[in-house]
Design a protein around this ligand. Structure first.
Ligand SMILES: Cc1cc2nc3c(=O)[nH]c(=O)nc-3n(C[C@H](O)[C@H](O)[C@H](O)COP(=O)(O)OP(=O)(O)OC[C@H]3O[C@@H](n4cnc5c(N)ncnc54)[C@H](O)[C@@H]3O)c2cc1C
Length: 331
C-alpha cells in the first residue's frame, strides 16, 4: 500500500472547479473521518488539476490524490473507472464516497464490481456505528416509501450520496494538505466511447438545480401549453420550472425538468407545486425546500400535508391571480 486514508471522496470537476457535490461530500466526509478517527482525502482524475486540488484542501481534504492522464481529460467514464480502481488498490481505505450524479451513478457500481465489494446507493444520511466503527447508510427503499439503514461488510465500504442533502463544505484558504501524485495506467483499448462534441443546454433562465424559486407542474395541468403559465410565474420570480414525472413522461416538458426520486433533487427557498398530488417519489426531490406552496383542487391531496401554504382550487383560476399579485408586489 502506497498510502493510507480513512475516507476517500471521489471528486468531480466542472469548468476547472470542484463541483458543489464534491464539496458536499467533503463536508459529510469530514464528520465520518472524525468518526472513524482516520484521515479524509479526495481523489481527482483528469488534467490540469492544480486549482481543484487547492480548493479541495481549502474544503478540508488532508490529502489530494491526483490521477493525471490524457485519457481522463474529457471525463470519459471507461477510463475513469480503470484509474479509480488503481487508486483504490494503492490506498488503504475504509470508506469511499461518490456523489450520485449522472457520472457517479455509473461509476459507483462499476468500481464496486471491480473491487469485489458492496455498494449502497443513494444515501440520504450517513453515520458511523459507535461500536463497530462501520458506515451506516440511510437510503430510500420501496420507491421512497420507507428508509432503510444498511451496513456494508466489505472493505472499502462504498456509498453513492444523493446531491443536496448535505451542506457544501466552506473554503478556508488557511488549511494545509498534501498533494500525492498517483501513477495510473490506462490502455487506449479501455476507451469505448469518445466525446466528439459537448453541447451546453440553452435552457431559458435559471438552472433548475440551483434555482432559489421553483415553480413545478403536475399531471393536473392537463397539457404542455399550461407550462407557459408556470414559466411566466417563474420568470416574474426569477426562478425555474420543474415538473412531476407524469408531466415529463407525457412529453409536456423535457425530462431534465423532472423533480423527484428519479429526477432532480432541488432545495430552493420557495417551491410552488401546481396540480401535483405530492406522491412520496415526487416529494423526495423537493422536501428540502425551505417553503412549499401548493395549488390543488383536491383538499385531500397529500401535498397539503407537506406544504406550508396551500390554495384549494382550480389552478387555472388561482395561478393567474397569484402571478398578477406577485407581479404587483415586485413592482
Ligand atoms: C420508482 C418510482 C420512481 C418515481 N419517481 C418519480 C419522480 O422522480 N418524480 C415524480 O414526480 N414522480 C415519480 N414517480 C411517480 C409518483 O409515484 C407519482 O405517480 C407522481 O409523482 C404523480 O404525479 P402528479 O402529482 O403530477 O400526478 P397525479 O398524482 O395524477 O396528481 C395530479 C394532481 O393534480 C390535481 N389537479 C387535477 N386537476 C387540477 C386542477 N385543474 N387544478 C388544480 N389541481 C388539479 C389533482 O387533484 C392531483 O392531486 C415515481 C414512481 C415510482 C414507482
Amino acid at each position: 500500500m502506497a498510502d493510507e486514508t480513512g475516507v476517500l471522496v471521489v471528486g468531480e470537476i466542472r469548468a476547472g472547479e470542484l463541483d458543489s457535490t464534491t464539496r458536499e461530500l467533503l463536508s459529510i466526509g469530514r464528520k465520518l473521518a472524525d468518526g472513524v478517527a482516520r484521515p479524509l482525502a479526495v481523489v481527482l482524475l483528469g488534467v490540469n488539476l492544480e486549482n481543484p486540488s487547492r480548493e479541495a484542501i481549502a474544503c478540508g481534504a488532508g490529502k489530494v490524490f491526483l490521477a493525471e492522464h490524457s485519457l481522463l481529460a474529457e471525463g470519459e467514464l471507461d477510463a475513469a473507472v480503470v484509474a479509480l480502481e488503481q487508486v483504490c488498490r494503492q490506498v488503504r481505505l475504509d470508506i469511499v464516497l461518490i456523489a450520485r450524479t449522472e457520472a457517479g451513478r455509473e461509476l459507483g457500481p462499476r468500481l464496486a464490481f471491480r473491487l469485489g465489494v458492496g455498494l449502497a446507493q443513494d444515501a440520504v444520511a450517513l453515520g458511523v456505528d459507535e461500536s463497530t466503527k462501520r458506515l451506516l447508510v440511510t437510503r430510500p427503499v420501496y420507491g421512497g416509501n420507507a428508509m432503510a439503514v444498511v451496513t456494508l461488510p466489505s472493505a472499502p465500504q462504498i456509498a453513492t450520496v444523493r446531491p443536496k442533502v448535505f451542506e457544501a463544505a466552506g473554503k478556508d484558504p488557511g488549511l494545509r494538505g498534501e498533494v500525492v501524485g498517483m501513477a495510473v495506467e490506462i490502455p487506449d483499448s479501455v476507451r469505448k466511447v469518445r466525446v466528439l462534441q459537448k453541447v451546453t443546454e440553452q435552457g431559458a433562465g435559471t438552472k433548475l438545480d440551483s434555482a432559489r424559486v421553483v415553480v413545478a407542474g403536475g399531471r393536473g395541468l392537463g397539457g404542455p401549453e399550461s407550462f407557459k403559465e408556470l414559466e411566466e410565474l417563474a420568470r416574474v420570480l426569477g426562478g425555474a420550472v420543474g415538473a412531476s414525472r407524469p408531466a415529463c413522461d407525457a412529453g409536456w416538458i423535457d425530462h431534465g425538468r423532472q423533480v423527484g426520486l428519479t429526477g432532480k433533487i432541488v432545495t430552493p427557498d420557495l417551491y410552488i407545486a401546481v396540480a401535483i398530488s405530492g406522491a412520496s417519489q415526487h416529494m423526495a426531490g423537493c422536501s428540502g425546500a425551505k417553503l412549499i406552496v401548493a395549488i390543488n383542487s383536491d383538499p385531500e391531496a397529500s401535498i397539503f400535508k407537506e406544504a406550508h401554504y396551500g390554495a384549494v382550487g382550480d389552478w387555472r383560476k388561482v395561478l393567474p391571480a397569484f402571478t398578477e399579485t406577485v407581479r404587483q408586489l415586485l413592482i
